[in-house]
Design a protein around this ligand. Structure first.
Ligand code: G4P
Length: 282
């Protein structure tokens, strides 16, 4: 399958991000816990060099916990601070404030040595579309947080959300563009719903999902749809159509309907907590 998506407007977004990054101490990069590498754009490493770095593996409620923990170690070994979360719940938000402080410890100590007290750490959220940037900002900032802005030393028009006395967050996230020179990366992004379905062939997508699940999570499809995981993937999709009574007008099996059903079940977590990408073996 060929994914084509040329994000022309990203040049502007990138320029904006280069400007915004100058104002902050810490980059909070959000990735999708089900595909932590495929859902990040590695260009952020260049854009955010010399900044403290925190990776939030979001939608952890949909991912395989064991695999998420492996990814967490993978990123920690590379020097990032890492938290996995469900941005829709407000749980764990306090621990994020703490980890932001820990990530910026060096700067806070340096400020103190210079006699600068109470200068908040400034952070900015970045990530590709649909990973949960707005959800995170809303949950994290909550209603109680006052917006600050147009203060001396702050670029006019920039809005900062004061999270607590120690942390300020830029209220507009930086949008990164998905990068998929590798077709597998494109496929994973399509499966989690990060590429518009209209430009995809959902039948093929479902077949690819079946292949991935049969390899990484054998038995999951059999259990959910009460079918046999036969070797032929097209036949397997027909089995799902039969099991779920996906019929076309002429009462024939409609395997396109089954494809959409399968993809939706995966995306909404009905197939269970499943990851589609695994860290390289150490
Ligand atoms: P973005 O700013 O990065 O583009 O993403 P946004 O916050 O708009 O979130 C994209 C979708 O992901 C939203 O669903 C949101 O509810 C969902 N989402 C965000 N964080 C999490 C999470 O931790 N777990 C799960 N399961 N979902 C999450 P939507 O279908 O677009 O909207 P809606 O369902 O909220 O109406």
């Amino acid at each position: 399958m060929n994914f084509q998506w040329y994000p022309g407007h990203m040049t502007k977004a990138k320029r904006q991000m280069q400007e915004d990054i100058k104002l902050i101490d810490l980059v909070v990069e959000i990735v999708d816990a089900r595909i932590p590498l495929s859902s990040r754009n590695p260009d952020i490493d260049e854009l955010g060099k010399n900044k403290y770095r925190l990776i939030l593996m979001n939608k952890a409620d949909l991912a395989d916990k064991k695999v998420t923990d492996q990814w967490s170690n993978f990123f920690k070994e590379k020097g990032y601070f890492v938290v996995s979360l469900d941005a829709r719940s407000k749980n764990g938000m306090k621990s994020i404030s703490d980890i932001i402080m820990e990530a910026c410890k060096e700067k806070i100590e340096r400020d103190l040595k210079r006699g600068i007290k109470n200068r908040p750490v400034r952070a900015m959220v970045v990530g590709i579309p649909n990973v949960g940037k707005s959800t995170f900002i809303n949950s994290y900032a909550g209603k109680a947080c006052a917006k600050t802005g147009n203060k001396p030393g702050v670029t006019k028009g920039k809005q900062w959300i004061r999270l607590n006395k120690n942390v300020e967050l830029l209220d507009t996230p930086g949008i990164l563009w998905p990068k998929f020179e590798d077709q597998m990366v494109g496929l994973r992004l399509a499966l989690i719903g990060s590429i518009k379905d209209e430009i995809l062939n959902t039948d093929e997508l479902a077949i690819e999902l079946i292949k991935l699940l049969k390899t990484s999570y054998p038995g999951v499809l059999a259990e959910r749809y009460d079918i046999e995981e036969v070797e032929d993937n097209v036949q397997l999709l027909c089995e799902i159509a039969r099991s779920r009574n996906c019929l076309s007008k002429g009462n024939e099996l409609d395997y396109s309907k089954a494809a959409i059903l399968l993809i939706d079940d995966f995306r909404s977590g009905k197939l269970g907590k499943l990851s589609l990408e695994f860290p390289p073996e150490a």
